[in-house]
Ligand binder design. Structure first.
Ligand SMILES: Nc1ncnc2c1ncn2[C@@H]1O[C@H](COP(=O)(O)OP(=O)(O)O)[C@@H](O)[C@H]1O
Ligand SMILES: Cc1cn([C@H]2C[C@H](O)[C@@H](COP(=O)(O)OP(=O)(O)O)O2)c(=O)[nH]c1=O
Length: 218
């Protein structure tokens, strides 16, 4: 029988350094004999990638943004994440629902309770043919939160790439996004591993591995 699927998400403000560590982690899981599905949000399916292009570049109000994120997420769950977990893959997802709470909730100030309602609707296992999922709400097994002061992240991003709609926000926006992540982590401490990302790359990589080893995942 295939190993049980494992769902890991990677979170943090833009420039925290999460993308830097995902490929190495994928290699570590493959070396341990696991099949890996690497994916991202918003995105991961043709439909969701179209939503990504809109959400990252078009101005819109926070409700429209939140609805688009959850619509993209449901398509992503149906077409990629749930089938991969059913096969027994390790799913490494660059951002998931915590980003909606942090960016649309924390950053843009959208109603937290309403986001929780949308989360229940979009991630309801019923209708996703996920018989193997015991919980009604599909969530990552573990979320690695790369936590870094916004000023440090901004310095890393300066000149690194052309900023999208979110990346060009002021530091105060990212203070609010970071507070959104902290609120989510406080609410679900067993699902979150906070990684101190304000360290050199090697130290961050060591902290990431330690978080997985401590939980018996690697
Ligand atoms: N620990 C680190 N110290 C300094 N720079 C880093 C560190 N980790 C990543 N970077 C650099 O910071 C930038 C943003 O990293 P990236 O992994 O793309 O962040 P994210 O995916 O969280 O937005 C990249 O140029 C990357 O090379
Ligand atoms: C998943 C998600 C991302 N976002 C934002 C956070 C990021 O600024 C942006 C895209 O994330 P990301 O893939 O990290 O950007 P990049 O490829 O440039 O590293 O979308 C939301 O606002 N809400 C969401 O639900």
């Amino acid at each position: 029988m295939a190993a049980r699927g494992l769902f890991l998400s990677f979170e943090g403000i833009d420039g925290a350094g999460k993308s830097t560590h995902i490929d190495a982690l994928a290699d570590a899981f493959r070396a341990a004999g696991r099949q890996v599905t690497l994916t991202r949000e918003p995105g991961g399916t043709p439909l969701a990638e179209k939503v990504r292009a809109l959400a990252l570049h078009e101005p819109m109000d926070a409700l429209t943004e939140a609805l688009l994120m959850f619509a993209a997420r449901r398509d992503h769950l149906q077409r990629v994440i749930v089938p991969a977990l059913a096969r027994g893959d390790v799913v490494l997802c660059d951002r998931f629902t915590d980003a909606t709470f942090a960016y649309q909730g924390g950053g843009r100030g959208f109603d937290w309770q309403l986001l929780s309602t949308l989360e229940l609707l979009a991630q309801d296992a019923v209708g996703l043919e996920a018989d193997f999922v015991q919980k009604p709400l599909i969530q990552p097994d573990l979320t690695l939160w790369f936590d870094v002061p916004p000023a440090v992240a901004a310095e890393r991003l300066a000149g690194a790439r052309v900023p999208d709609k979110f990346e060009s926000q002021p530091v105060a926006f990212f203070d609010a996004v970071r507070a959104g992540y902290a609120r989510r982590a406080e609410g679900q401490p067993e699902r979150f591993a906070r990684i101190d990302a304000d360290q050199p790359r090697e130290a961050v990589a060591t902290a990431v591995r330690a978080a997985l080893v401590d939980r018996g995942i690697l």
